[in-house]
Design a protein around this ligand. Structure first.
Ligand code: 5GP
Ligand code: ZN
Length: 134
């Protein structure tokens, strides 16, 4: 529990939320401003800021993500599911308690989330491969 963290307050029930699932490790609740019907947030109860702060030994809670996604898909009658996960302010992270957005999708639901793409820069790619290997 981190005092200033909104999601820690949701976990402790200091702030109310619509909870879909809870156990000793995770909480799954509805996003207050859903992008799609059933848009839910999957979070660990342990306060971890984001993916880059997550240690290998803390990753166990993530094994529950597929079953939660399956169940949410089933109960919303969705035919697809987006998983969005923002890390850092410049990536759109607003709440610094790691969370996974589960967004049920339906055919022709009008949601377009993918920006235009560019061709891969080959020199840049090779440079990155070299840096990654160091
Ligand atoms: P982020 O932009 O950090 O990836 O996502 C934070 C999410 O938390 C947003 O989708 C936002 O709607 C949601 N959110 C913010 N405040 C509350 C709240 O008080 N209750 C709930 N249920 N969701 C919240
Ligand atoms: Zn927290």
């Amino acid at each position: 529990m981190t005092e200033d963290c909104l999601f820690c307050k949701i976990i402790s029930k200091e702030i109310p939320s619509y909870i879909l699932y809870e156990d000793d490790e995770i909480l799954v609740f509805l996003d207050i401003n859903p992008i799609t019907k059933g848009h839910a947030l999957f979070i660990p109860k342990k306060h971890i800021a984001n993916l880059c702060e997550l240690k290998e030994e803390e990753i166990g809670f993530m094994k529950k993500l597929p079953a939660i996604a399956r169940k949410l898909k089933e109960v919303t009658g969705a035919t697809g599911m987006n998983l969005i996960q923002n890390n850092g302010k410049d990536a759109g992270q607003v709440i610094f308690h790691i969370h996974f957005h589960l967004m049920p999708r339906h055919p022709n639901d009008g949601l377009t989330m993918l920006p235009p793409r560019t061709a891969l820069d080959k020199v840049g790619a090779e440079d990155l491969i070299n840096k990654f290997a160091q």
